[in-house]
Design a protein around this ligand. Structure first.
Ligand code: FAD
Ligand code: PYC
Length: 416
């Protein structure tokens, strides 16, 4: 093993990190691709990676209007779990968790997956019943899940207040031990590097401004870098999906809302797991840098503003203080928002559309980071074969006309 001296550390510190190889190219768009992906978030990049790796389709472009991972992918609170209620969701999210468990090796890129356990707290009898039901359902689907009594909650997370006279007393929690957090930027960058290495063109600062459709079939996209032809197009634009579908001439049942989060000053390791509470409207983990990562429920109004706001911060702080009195004097550093796309049943849409060869992957709302590899994997299949994989067949657009909804409001993790 190479040994580092104080001198080599100092030399590296002053080297200005020059001449590091770029992790992906920055190509000009080709006139035409087999597949164009709109949106360079984690899901779009994962789709491109699996198109190349699993299906040998490498003549692919990912078009991103800003910088890759600059949307919800780089703004989320990085919680990864698979404890969803319904069979269809449990199978899809479990596939994703299994991919996450091997992702650092698959991408040869450290995505800092930390399976430290996620607790979802119950604060009233309804919560307790719903949570226990979810544990039974998870177990039937082979998803690891446990029910914890209040003392067991305290043993798993000693800093939590379980006193029975609290305004929202902790009456127990579900625990998924294999769940945890992963580094969001690394997930985007790892997929980007892997896709680029297989020939995919990642084109940043390239906004899709229109879709060219001839005789009901998509033939390409209009962009700020000119027209780009495409045999197939996949839209993975999260909170801007309805804008893209508007360009295609149809409406999707999605509403776009800001979802906000904030981080505290860094402190020593004190919070060992992830704690979520739908009733108190807060969820908390501690990053590797020591900051507490704290999220809220979605903003009540529709907006495309990716900002934090004071009334949400006030609510988050009240909720944080309710569960963790130890943090009452902690200072907060910064807050932000992302635009999430919520469907009426709080489930994703991974589907063909009324326009031939135009596919959409959206509706992940408040909970799509955990789905990044699984979503990319099934969407790559859907694009390659022109048909959904059995894992995403239930998440097609036609469920909103057939009524076969997959209502995951409770399991989506965040109040909305
Ligand atoms: P994005 O990363 O938003 O990517 C979409 C991309 O499309 C963007 O980069 C955007 O710039 C681009 N785009 C849009 N329009 C165009 C256009 N016309 N042309 C070109 N490009 C375009 N999920 C969890 O599982 N766990 C969590 O802990 C969690 N916490 C969250 C906390 C917050 C504050 C937020 C906002 C979200 C959270 N989520 C969480 C949800 C999760 O972040 C998203 O579901 C997921 O990241 C969506 O990924 P994506 O790749 O589809 O979207
Ligand atoms: O789905 O686990 C989740 C989540 C946590 C925070 C936002 N979404």
């Amino acid at each position: 093993m190479k040994r580092f001296s104080v001198f080599s550390l100092a030399r590296n510190a002053f080297s200005h990190h020059e001449d590091w190889p770029r992790q992906w190219r920055s190509p000009e768009p080709k006139p035409e691709y087999d597949v164009v992906i709109i949106g360079g978030g984690g899901h779009g990049l994962a789709t491109a990676f699996y198109l190349a790796k699993e299906h040998g389709i490498t003549n692919v472009a990912v078009l991103e209007k800003g910088w890759i991972g600059g949307g919800n992918t780089g703004r989320n609170t990085t919680i990864v779990r698979s404890n969803y209620l319904f069979d269809e969701s449990a199978h899809l999210y479990e596939k994703s968790l299994q991919l996450f468990e091997k992702l650092s090796q698959e991408l040869n890129y450290n995505v800092m997956m930390s399976q430290r356990g996620v607790m979802n707290l119950a604060h009233n009898l309804h919560d307790v019943r719903e949570s226990r039901r979810r544990v039974y359902a998870n177990k039937l689907n082979g998803v690891d899940a446990e029910w914890l009594e209040p003392e067991e909650v305290k043993a798993f997370c000693p800093i939590i207040d379980i006193s029975p006279d609290a305004r929202y007393p902790v009456m127990g929690a579900t625990l998924q031990k294999r769940a945890g957090v992963a580094r969001h930027d690394a997930v985007a960058w790892g997929f980007a590097r892997g896709a680029d290495a297989r020939g995919v063109d990642i084109i940043q600062n390239c906004e899709v401004t229109g879709l060219r459709i001839e005789k009901g079939r998509i033939v390409g996209v209009e962009t700020t870098k000119g027209f780009i032809g495409a045999k197939k197009v996949g839209s993975v634009a999260a909170g801007h999906t309805s804008v893209i579908c508007n360009m295609a001439g149809f409406r999707v049942p999605l509403t776009s809302h800001p979802l906000q989060a904030l981080v505290s000053e860094p402190i020593k390791p004190v919070h060992p797991c992830v704690v979520m509470s739908n009733a108190v409207h807060v969820y908390v983990s501690q990053s590797d840098k020591g900051e507490l990562v704290i999220g809220a429920g979605i903003d009540a109004y529709n907006s495309y503003a990716q900002r934090g706001s004071f009334h949400i911060i006030e609510g988050q702080m009240g909720a944080l203080r309710e569960l963790f009195p130890i943090f009452s004097r902690l200072r907060m550093m910064r807050s932000w928002g992302g635009i999430v796309d919520t469907a009426p049943d709080a489930s994703a849409i991974i589907s063909k559309t009324p326009v031939e060869n135009f596919f959409i992957n959206c509706g992940w709302g408040t909970g799509g980071f955990k789905a990044t590899p699984g979503s990319g994997w099934v969407f790559a299949w859907t694009l390659a074969k022109g048909e959904p994989h059995p894992l995403n067949a239930a998440f097609s657009l036609d469920r909103f006309t057939s009524g076969a909804l997959v209502d995951e409001h409770g399991a989506a993790g965040v109040a909305h």
